[in-house]
Design a protein around this ligand. Structure first.
Ligand SMILES: [Zn+2]
Ligand SMILES: [Zn+2]
Length: 170
């Protein structure tokens, strides 16, 4: 297991070296329950809490494109006016990427393939479009899964009525 606090300090130092004005009071914690999110930044009072998915601390997950990209992404959210992914946040992300060769992006999800497949928990629910075969994976029971007939396939725009529904058994 990687030491989260060690890499958090390393990323903070890299951000500081570029004189990006990040918040000073940030706490870093591990989220063992996160299924789709790699990282999250929350503001409570005048403090920030950054959570990263536990799988990023596994030695088999990529360090730079996984843990460090996620840490930098979330640290930049603590800068003034940076709770979104445009304007100032984007400028800082570009700066860090150029300086250190990171690939900090607006959206980084497990679906991007950052986490090796063997570390990833397979989704419990899967819906398959009856027309084009597109697959929709869900970790939780969703309205789409329960009532596919009310939705259109994002790929072929056909109705999901009659879509095949698969539930993984644990
Ligand atoms: Zn973000
Ligand atoms: Zn379809």
């Amino acid at each position: 297991m990687r030491d989260l606090q060690y890499y958090a300090r390393e990323c903070l130092a890299e951000v500081d070296r570029l004189r990006i004005p990040r918040a000073k009071n940030i706490t870093f914690t591990v989220n063992t329950r996160a299924k789709t999110r790699l990282g999250q930044c929350r503001k409570t009072g005048d403090r920030y809490v950054i959570e990263v998915a536990a799988t990023l601390l596994d030695e088999r997950a990529p360090l730079k494109e996984g843990l460090k990209d996620t840490l930098i992404h979330e640290i930049l959210h603590t800068c003034y006016g940076c709770m979104n992914h445009t304007g100032r946040w984007k400028q800082y992300a570009d700066k860090v990427n150029a300086a250190y060769g990171y690939q900090v992006k607006a959206t980084a999800k497990r679906e991007d393939g950052v986490i090796p497949a063997e570390l990833d928990t397979p989704p419990k629910y899967k819906l398959i479009c009856p027309h084009c075969g597109a697959e929709y994976a869900r970790y939780r029971l969703s309205a789409t899964f329960e009532h596919p007939e009310r939705y259109l396939c994002g790929k072929c725009k056909g109705s999901l009525k009659g879509a095949k529904r698969l539930v993984r058994k644990d």
